[in-house]
Design a protein around this ligand. Structure first.
Ligand code: 3HC
Length: 340
């Protein structure tokens, strides 16, 4: 399959890498030559790590399947195009319109958006019935989940094709049957981010992250994850979802964004990343697990009650998309048993 990825940032390059590993021919498009150079370096670095673990055989062979381009006309012959530009409606709508005008009639067009409804983006697309959400998790090469999102206009055939596409690259697809803000996993994650941010002042960044890591068993601290996925990305997401009525609030995020401290990519965010991942130690003082997870549990319940995904799908999605050891309903059962 010929796959084009629009935007070669943190998500774009990782999505392209996954498709190339599974034998697809990938075109990475960006408007910035430096971004394409950085993307190529990042893909090679990641493939080298995977090779050391015996997960891929030949880095050069995979790299031969990846082309980079500054010319959007080069995507015209794609079977699948995935948009992964920054979370801004104007930017996304412009590029989606451009792409849908260029591609063949039978091309599947997808967005990796985290925060914008697929149905809203579909207004800017030429054949909205062939447009859907394929939402990956960072780093796409390691996280097994892909949320497959059906917009109001997405045809059943394309939705099912999206599920098959995710399976063809070794991912576990979770169907998102209603196009709600943040889909499934991010709705839950945004609640956790908001709860953690509201605890700042009462606890430090390190104390909150210590609870996330050592009491809840998350693979990363909450602020560490905000840094890892990008302060800019998260800030832009928070603005877009807030505009659409979902309360994702974190004043500390705005402060860092305005200072240009964008997290791991710029070397500084909530943590200093210049010497690699922060070491989060177990603290004596830290929030109780329920102070962090209760709002996420409530969100999981809302998702199930509204027929978006099942209880089992929600729990599987957070485990595969966020690397949590337990799903929200499993945390709920654990907290209930502790109370008794
Ligand atoms: N490619 C290849 N290998 C990689 C890699 C990459 N991009 N990133 C990390 N690795 C390797 C490391 O080199 C390391 O290898 P080693 O065992 O040989 O040393 C191995 O993976 C494990 O990495 P670490 O030791 O650094 O740490 P962890 O064991 O914690 O694993 C992680 C890393 C898989 C990223 C884990 O921390 C995790 O699951 N974190 C949560 C990530 C998450 O929540 N992602 C979703 C964010 S939300 C999102 O993306 C949605 C969007 O819309 C905002």
């Amino acid at each position: 399959m010929k796959v084009s990825v629009l935007g070669s940032g943190l998500m774009g390059h990782g999505i392209g890498e996954v498709f190339a590993i599974y034998g697809n021919y990938v075109t990475l498009y960006d408007i910035y030559p430096e971004a394409l150079k950085k993307a190529t370096i990042n893909v090679i670095d990641s493939l080298e790590k995977l090779k050391q673990k015996g997960k891929v055989d030949n880095v050069d062979e995979i790299m031969k399947r990846i082309n980079t381009t500054l010319n959007i006309a080069d995507i015209s012959d794609s079977d699948l195009v995935i948009e992964a530009v920054p979370e801004n409606l104007e930017l996304k709508s412009k590029i989606l319109l451009q792409a849908s005008t260029i591609v063949r009639e039978d091309c599947v067009l997808a967005s990796n958006t985290s925060s914008l409804p697929i149905s809203e983006l579909s207004r800017y697309v030429r054949r909205p019935e062939r447009f859907l959400g394929l939402h990956f998790f960072n780093p796409p090469v390691l996280m097994r989940l892909v949320e497959v999102v059906k917009g109001n206009e997405t045809s059943e055939k394309i939705f099912n094709q999206g599920i098959e596409i995710a399976k063809s690259i070794g991912k576990i697809p979770i169907p998102v049957r209603k196009d709600v803000i943040g889909f499934v996993v991010n709705r839950i994650l945004f609640r956790v981010f908001t709860s953690a941010c509201s605890l700042l002042g009462k606890y430090t960044v390190e104390e909150i992250d210590s609870s996330a890591k050592y009491l809840l068993g998350f693979p990363m601290g909450i602020f560490e994850l905000l840094d890892y996925t990008g302060i800019d990305t998260n800030y832009l997401i928070s603005l877009e979802v807030k505009k659409r009525g979902f309360n994702y609030t974190c004043p500390a995020l705005e402060e860092l964004y305005k200072k240009g401290n964008l997290g791991s990519k710029s070397g500084k965010g909530f943590y200093d990343w210049r010497n690699g991942r922060p070491k989060i130690l177990r603290r004596d003082k830290m929030p109780k697990p329920e102070e962090i997870i209760s709002s996420a549990i409530q969100e999981g319940e809302w998702i199930v009650e509204n027929g978006i995904s099942t209880k089992e799908e929600v729990d599987l999605a957070v485990k595969l998309g966020l690397g949590w050891p337990k799903g929200v309903f499993e945390y709920k059962a654990e907290l209930n048993s502790m109370v008794r």
